[in-house]
Design a protein around this ligand. Sequence first.
Ligand code: UDP
Ligand code: GLC
Length: 385
Amino acid sequence: MKVLFLDQSGQLGGAELSLTDVAKHFRDQGLVYLFEDGPFAAKLTAERVPCKVLQRPRLSISKDSGLLQGLLSIRQLLPLVGEVVKTAQTYDVIYANTQKALVVGAIASILARKPLVYHLRDILSAEHFSQMNRRVAITLANMCATLVIANSQATRQAFMDAGGSPQRIKVVYNGFEPDQYQGQPPLRTVLQQQHAIQEGFWIGHFSRFSPWKGQHVLVDALQYLGEEAQVLLVGKALFGEDDYVQFLQAKMQDYGLQDRVHFLGFRSDIPALMASCDLVAHTSTSPEPFGRVIIEAMLAGCPVVAAKAGGVTELIEHGKTGWLCPPNNPQKLAQMIGECQRQPQLRQQIADQARVQASQTFSLEHTNQTISGLLQQHVRRSTSS
Ligand code: UDP
Ligand code: GLC
């Protein structure tokens, strides 16, 4: 079965890292079409996944676009359609991994008469998307997609709450290769030297910088924690949120926390960094659709405290495989981190349980088999109708 994947981003966000893992499985029969060049294309090439960048002007639609901007942006997407339609002739299915990819994929699927699968990785709620964006996504998914794959039950529920058809949506969790996360040599000494991080209790935050990812909640919580608590912020602003980075830096200065908050930038050695931390904090202020970093930390053997909302509640059992904290509540977060810090044995026990649970439930092999089975079923159905 030949799969034509579409993704709008040139950056390495979680949606793109997850797609890489799926596309690797189809590398002999698949092609990834990207709407922008960048690190994602480089990663696919390094992983020997065929990919092609559609050379078009930068797209200006954003998650909070209004009607006029939305319509103009749809016009911007149209030139991409012709090329996708042409290529799709020799593929069995079009697989849209992001919202703009859905717009292009939906029109192309009609013109090329190919089935469309939409991998929905976002919670389609007002917290994340404008009404126009939600309407477009739901209408196109209902009208054009034979299958919608949701990355969590929370994502599925939000889709249905926004008017999405329950018949066509299936939940498939992201998969991971446990071996890639285990047995990594901790980098503590190197990090102490390179980033002047004091020895102590290291709290890692792994995410692109964006207000809803809530790095500020952790910086706020740090005020209530003792001197030994150090925060490592790993990631960068992938989608132009540079103002937020400046806001964080100003906050850190205001609180006098410059020596305890460390910006490590975007890194590709995530498992070793996680293995170097005493705790990973996930602090999204809006419901997280899935949250790859949570499973990655579990696999790396680092205990996690995470914001209790969205797909996260499907990943962590509070007090057994991690801790769940009310979102956007720095005081409560500091209290939980403090408790965790005072109980090294409990921390180890939770981390051990989480590692076993994550390896069993979130295997990449299982994810890819499930996706492959679903695609085959839908391709067969569309060719017989
Ligand atoms: N990540 C990375 N380098 C960084 C920061 C994050 O490779 O410096 C990865 C992280 O390991 C995870 C992904 O980016 O696999 C983020 O995915 P997640 O689902 O947690 O959030 P998203 O950004 O997709 O909303
Ligand atoms: C999106 C979501 C994130 C999820 C990722 C992979 O980027 O924001 O929660 O883990 O997709 O499905």
